[in-house]
Design a protein around this ligand. Structure first.
Ligand SMILES: *Cc1c(COP(=O)(O)O)cnc(C)c1O
Length: 432
């Protein structure tokens, strides 16, 4: 049988760089042919050959209800009938923002944008504008979108300024970005001791999903909060992935349970808040947010921001995830998957560790959970790639890179988890 994925990939490569519109889709880390998706429903995707997959990517996080939820589709179809875009304010934008404010108590005002990249970039500009300071702290392994100042890797040595991770970013553009090791309190303290008065913001993924799944420890997060407060820097939570995904109130609600009075100063959101449409947001305290144009001196804008179809999709999604027991059921199913994978790996004698929170999970071919980027990257890539392809062949679609998190949706059933574990048993047995 001819492989239509391969045919399409060849055709795509002739006209789209690498054949894809976002690099990780190209399967470069794992090799092989990316699956061209023709449709999706519930927990499943179908590729161009008509093969069905249990989907653990969920469009990289947004599809928390599963694909094609009827109420979401109804809301989107109704919005489409009313108009695709107006470039003028709508009531639905207020409704969506009011919904977000109800669910995330640290936020007093929110602005809507189109992508997580845009939200992260705007949050940094606002933090710099509001504090009048130039420097930002980020952590190695955290991804905050592809704005120039955030495409940075650690320099050599302690608390040095980073180097661009992409061509096309002049070193001067990242000269104010300090890159530190995740979960390293000593480096954090040294950076504030040296540069405290210059630091506008510390930006962090509270559970780092862009190094698969690494939690910021409670003592580390407590120190981030204390040092930001002490030095007048803004603590910016990048919850593009974790927001409305690890818990209804995001990862910040989990840290608030462990650290009395804990709240970030600003939050960046995306993925789930759009329910699969291009929508993201950033928000914080009123005094900071009022620095934005048209009220204040920090410029930020967008032709399609607050788009009426995207906000309809996001609003329907956010309402549905508030049903009683939604997150408990999602977390239980995700835990069943992760514990099942661990049990199968143990049975096969394969070094393995895994973690999850709400509907987000990660697993590593490492005997202990990693705490930072260097430890994540020590994970066995060859073994991961064989596991990935074995699972894919058996109809289980996992993220095609060992540094990407996985997602379970409300549409995944116990039978889907069972089928996934049966596939994993067969694949793991071949890995030793
Ligand atoms: C996905 C992601 C982004 C970027 O969002 P895009 O919509 O892809 O631009 C930023 N931060 C985090 C934590 C993300 O997971």
């Amino acid at each position: 049988m001819s492989d239509r994925n391969l045919t399409l990939f060849d055709r795509a490569k002739a006209v789209i760089p690498g054949g894809v519109n976002s690099p990780v889709r190209a399967f470069k880390a794992v090799g092989g042919t990316p699956r061209f998706i023709t449709r999706a429903q519930g927990a499943y995707l179908w590729d161009a050959n008509g093969q069905r997959y249990i989907d653990y990517i969920g469009s990289w996080g947004p599809m928390i209800l599963g694909h094609g939820h009827p109420e979401v589709l109804r809301a989107v179809q109704a919005a489409v009938q009313e108009g695709l875009s107006f470039g003028a304010p709508t009531e639905r934008e207020i409704e969506l923002v009011e919904e977000i404010l109800r669910l995330v108590p640290s936020l007093e005002m929110v602005r809507l944008v189109n992508s997580g990249t845009e939200a992260g970039m705007s949050a940094i500009r606002l933090a710099r504008g509001a504090t009048g300071r130039p420097k930002i702290i980020k952590f190695e392994g955290c991804y905050h979108g592809h704005a120039d100042a955030l495409l940075v890797k650690a320099g050599s040595g302690l608390a040095t300024f980073g180097h661009p991770t992409s061509a096309g970013v002049p070193p001067e553009v990242v000269q104010h970005t300090l890159v530190l090791e995740y979960n390293n309190v000593e480096q954090l303290e040294a950076a504030f001791a040296e540069h405290g008065a210059q630091i506008a913001a510390l930006m962090i993924e509270p559970i780092a999903g862009n190094m698969n799944f690494v939690r910021a420890s409670v003592p580390f997060m407590r120190r981030c909060r204390e040092l930001c407060s002490q030095h007048g820097a803004l603590l910016v939570f990048d919850e593009v992935m974790t927001g409305f995904r690890v818990a209804l109130g995001g990862a910040q609600s989990l840290y608030a349970q462990a650290i009395p009075g804990f709240a970030p100063d600003m939050t960046v959101l995306g993925k789930v808040i759009g329910g699969g449409m291009p929508l993201a947001a950033f928000g914080g305290k009123r005094a900071v947010m009022e620095q934005l144009a048209p009220l204040g001196p920090v410029y930020q804008a967008g032709t399609l921001s607050g788009n009426p179809v995207a906000t309809a999709c996001g609003l329907a999604t956010l309402r549905l995830i508030q049903q009683p027991g939604f997150f408990d059921a999602l977390a239980a199913r995700t835990r069943a998957l992760v514990q099942g994978l661990q049990a199968e790996a143990n049975r096969a004698g394969v070094p393995f560790s895994a973690d999850c929170e709400g509907g987000m999970f990660g697993f590593f071919f490492l005997s202990e959970l990693p705490r930072n980027y260097v430890q994540v990257m020590a994970s066995d890539a060859a073994r991961f790639n064989r596991f990935f392809h074995g699972m894919l062949q058996r109809g289980v679609y996992l993220a095609p890179a060992l540094y990407e998190a996985g997602f379970v949706s409300a549409a995944h059933t116990d039978a889907d988890i069972e089928a996934t574990l049966t596939a994993a048993r067969a694949v793991l047995a071949e890995l030793t």
